[in-house]
Design a protein around this ligand. Structure first.
Ligand SMILES: Nc1nc2c(ncn2[C@@H]2O[C@H](COP(=O)(O)OP(=O)(O)O)[C@@H](O)[C@H]2O)c(=O)[nH]1
Ligand SMILES: [Mg+2]
Length: 445
């Protein structure tokens, strides 16, 4: 039998109000035990809550939401109590005393999924909405919760069903009076599907970046001014600045918000050959981070007399910043401007000591992020999980198109494409896969 679960739905700590929620068949009995008779459905009622010994816990708003018209689809309830830690602890103890169980992370949403209230992609939207820190993350998560991915998935799924019907008809009734070209009718359907899947895969990267953060790496020789620039941009001392080259050894990732997008700005070890073991590892990590970043800012100390060399990672679409503009320009500054011109990447002279330079840089970076991530509508796919399944489906569709007269093989490929798409909405995923996904949710959701 289904257990009845409970959990705080609000964060731990002191707050005006804390919400504790319940779900499962024992909800009505639990509400009666704590709050007296059951309140009218979906109406807030002020009640005195009492534990098993009749001692008062708190005065609370009680919401009774009978299934199936509830978030989980089961009988459920909420207690809105005063948000003190002792109040919440006392209420949780009373619920445990009634034989109810504390919910696992994501268990309420998992139950909603199991009762068909939302599919797996929408459930991921719920988790993303809770995690959203920026405006664009919020919009994308809400679109996913409202079924943006689920809707296109359903349309592709229909296309596959149609193509499969043509193949199966041709296989099952070869000698009947079927039009000769029935299998050929699948071709345009599959072609359209392949194109749409490809487009969604190309767009998935954008969704992942919005969700996880657009990655900008600061690269350049030791002493170029990377750590100083990072601190000036984020407005706090996130990285250590010294006049000693080789101070920064690990990659320091600092989150910031630019134009409503989450951005990860990384300060890295200065790129140079070194015998020192720890610094060498830092340089290796710096290179790896820079290579996989979405944008690199190549910093060159413009006042230096020695030329620093051009990092391999820097290329098209990146930006060259000639630093320490407040000092006299040296040979390195002249050289860097020329290298940038020849590589056809923009360069600018800046100083971390000038607030207007930093404001300009913030604006410029914001524009680059918008150019990379903004689109007419939010991307459908937003996670690696989605992209991998779309790639599998696209591959199967391409194979089906290439099978020629081998109709059974083509039909099987279409079935496998459909299975990959079904996994996006979690329709056929086994228990342990679902368990892994819901385990990343927070408690009480
Ligand atoms: N005058 C001046 N000095 C700077 C500027 N940016 C950094 N520096 C100095 O250059 C040295 C190296 O800076 P740091 O940020 O540690 O360089 P990193 O090794 O690239 O991280 C420090 O002494 C900084 O104070 C700048 O815009 N103007
Ligand atoms: Mg540094």
């Amino acid at each position: 039998m289904t257990e009845t679960i409970f959990a705080p739905a609000t964060a731990a700590g002191r707050a005006a109000v804390a919400v504790v929620r319940l779900s499962g068949p024992g909800t009505a009995d639990a509400v009666r035990a704590l709050a007296g008779r059951l309140p009218a459905a979906r109406r807030a009622s002020l009640r005195s809550l009492r534990d098993g010994q009749g001692r008062e816990i708190d005065r609370a708003l009680v919401l009774w939401m009978p299934g199936p018209a509830s978030y989980t689809g089961e009988d459920s309830a909420e207690f809105h109590v005063h948000g003190g830690p002792a109040v919440v602890a006392s209420l949780l103890a009373a619920l445990a005393g009634l034989g109810l169980r504390l919910a696992e992370p994501g268990e309420f949403t998992r139950r909603a999924f199991e009762h068909g209230k939302l599919d797996l992609a929408q459930a991921e939207g719920v988790a993303d909405l809770i995690e959203a820190e920026t405006e664009q993350q919020r919009k994308q998560a809400l679109a996913q919760l409202e079924g943006r991915l689920s809707d296109v998935q359903a349309r592709w799924r229909e296309g596959l069903t149609e193509a499969l019907a043509y193949f199966e008809a041709a296989v099952d009734f070869p000698d009947e009076e079927l039009p000769a070209d029935v299998a050929a009718r699948a071709a345009p359907v599959l072609q359209r599907l392949a194109a749409e899947l490809e487009a969604a895969i190309a767009d998935a990267e954008r969704g992942e970046r919005v969700r996880e953060g657009f990655r900008i790496a600061l690269v350049g020789a030791p002493n170029a001014g990377k750590s100083t620039l990072l601190n000036a941009l984020v407005g706090r001392e996130a990285a250590i600045v010294t006049a000693t080259p080789g101070t920064t050894r690990d990659v320091i990732e600092v989150p910031l918000v630019l134009a409503g997008y989450k951005v990860l700005l990384a300060d890295t070890a200065g790129l140079r050959d070194t015998e020192e073991e720890i610094e060498a590892e830092g340089v290796r990590r710096a290179r790896a981070w820079a290579e996989s970043a979405d944008l690199r800012l190549w910093l060159v100390d413009g006042s230096a007399t020695e030329l620093p060399g051009l990092p391999d990672e820097v290329g098209e679409g990146d930006l060259c910043l000639i630093t320490k503009r407040d000092l006299a320009t040296g040979p390195a500054g002249v050289w860097a401007a020329e290298v940038a011109r020849r590589m056809d990447i923009p360069s600018a002279e800046v100083t971390a000591k000038g607030p207007s330079d930093m404001a300009w840089l913030q604006r410029t970076l914001g524009e680059l992020v918008v150019a990379a991530l903004a689109g007419a509508e939010p991307p459908a796919a937003t996670r690696l999980r989605h992209r991998e399944l779309l790639e599998e489906a696209a591959e199967r569709v391409r194979r089906a198109m290439g099978e020629g007269s081998e109709l059974e093989l083509a039909a099987e490929d279409v079935r496998l494409a459909a299975r990959a798409l079904d996994r996006i909405t979690g329709r056929i995923d086994p228990d342990h896969v679902l368990g892994r996904i819901f385990a990343t949710f927070c408690i009480g959701k």
